[in-house]
Design a protein around this ligand. Structure first.
Ligand code: NAP
Ligand code: F7E
Length: 358
């Protein structure tokens, strides 16, 4: 059987790196688009080159989603069977500071790919996956969000992704293209970017344990999210493109926790008890009980979490939880990783990282 060719945008990111490994294991030839940067940005995929089975089927190309010419040339050269559009300015908080740039990359960037497929007359050959997001639901209109829930984006990030969602559907319906949206709820891993809240917490705690920092500063710790594992979710991206027909799918664990809960469980995983005191901007977490021999850098009643208003967003998404009934039925979706397993994996990874750096 002929090997399938996949093109991944955002290959240097969290999901791109897991998806590349997943597809290589499935015997695909994998091409990825990486941006030019002033220092190395391939940490998450460097290990692929060290794998003898993979390196002859793995190729990187310089390109940028906002540069139609580069995107179109790469697609023309590769003629991929599948394109996974994972590239984005993916930080919601940052999108308030960079609304124009975020829109160029996330909205126009997606159009650049779809239009390249059409102009190169690859509509019949190339399947397209768009990385859509639970942020589309923003101010929620239904308790659990499904494919039928109305959208209400609350940030430049979400608004740009709303355009990308609709343009994907428009190209599907107008030009009979296989173009699908995976509407993924938050997913994390040891490869998560350091400024997203879960990784910021696991890194922050690891630094405190190792005496590198003494306190972690956060914004809205009452936000509720449906957190899954990125490794489980990239399998679903692939499954979305293996369906008989192009469609849109919610991928979520259907379980919801607060940021505050996530912090408590990280400390609990290490055998450390914290207590919360104060309210609003004065709320903070103190160390209540810990093993002094195991954690010599900690002190009794040391303040380890504080609130800093600079991490509050101009408009907050308070509450998200998905209903993935459709994906369960059609894609045979079953989340594999519990929040506890996710926390243990992320904490173990970051403790090791900062123990070495000490
Ligand atoms: P990520 O770690 O932030 O990765 C984003 C990737 O996009 C990186 O490889 C980045 O390159 C690349 N990129 C950014 N701007 C680009 C541009 N102008 N041209 C080309 N590449 C560009 O994001 P992720 O967590 O893996 O998420 C993957 C996708 O899923 C994103 O589209 C995100 O919006 C979406 N999504 C994520 C989640 C989640 O919880 N993780 C949930 C729903 C949807 P550099 O490495 O050079 O920065
Ligand atoms: O924030 C709150 C923050 O930045 C989660 C992206 O992958 O998932 C992600 O977007 C919650 C928010 O993720 C801090 O206000 C409190 O309510 O980890 P996050 P996000 O905004 O949910 C969606 C599905 C995507 O599509 C996005 O690409 O945590 N929070 N304190 C904080 N958040 C951050 N980052 N930093 C804090 O200090």
């Amino acid at each position: 059987m002929k090997k399938k060719k996949a093109l991944i945008t955002g290959i240097t990111g969290q999901d791109g790196s897991y998806l590349a490994e997943f597809l290589l294991k499935k015997n695909y030839t994998v091409h990825g688009i990486k941006r030019k940067s002033s220092s190395y940005n391939t940490d998450r995929i460097d290990q692929i080159y060290e794998n003898k089975k993979f390196k002859s089927r793995f190729f990187l190309h310089y390109g940028d989603l906002v540069d139609f010419g580069s995107i179109s040339e790469i697609i023309k050269e590769i003629k991929p069977d599948e394109i996974y559009n994972l590239a984005a300015q993916s930080h919601v908080g940052v999108s308030f500071k960079l609304p124009n740039y975020t829109t160029q990359v996330n909205a126009i960037g997606t159009l650049n790919i779809l239009d390249s497929i059409k102009k190169l007359k690859l509509e019949k050959k190339t399947k397209f996956y768009q990385a859509s997001t639970s942020e589309l639901f923003g101010e929620i209109q239904e308790k659990k969000q499904s494919e039928n829930t109305k959208f209400y984006p609350k940030s430049p990030y979400a608004s740009s992704k709303l355009f990308a969602y609709w343009i994907t559907k428009n190209y599907r319906e107008s030009y009979n293209m296989f173009a699908s949206n995976g509407i993924l709820f938050n997913h994390e891993s040891p490869r998560r970017g350091e400024t997203f809240v879960t990784r910021k917490i696991t890194i922050g705690i690891s630094k405190i344990i190792n005496g590198i920092d003494d306190c972690l500063y956060l914004g809205n710790i009452y936000a509720l999210r449906d957190w899954g594992h990125a490794k489980d979710y990239v399998e679903m991206c692939w499954k979305v493109l293996q369906c008989n027909k192009s469609d849109d799918f919610i991928i979520a664990t259907e379980k919801q926790y607060s940021v505050k809960f996530f912090i408590e469980k990280c400390f609990q995983y290490l055998g450390i008890k914290i207590v919360w005191v104060g309210k609003g901007l004065k709320e903070r977490a103190l160390i209540k009980k810990f093993d002094k021999q195991k954690y010599p850098k900690l002190k009794d009643r040391m303040v380890v979490v504080k609130i800093d208003k600079k991490y509050f967003r101009p408009n907050e998404v308070d509450n998200l939880i998905g209903n993935s009934t459709k994906a369960k039925k059609i894609l045979n979706w079953k989340p594999k990783t519990t929040i506890y397993k996710l926390i243990s994996e992320m904490m173990d990874n970051d403790l090791k990282l900062f123990n070495k750096k000490r």
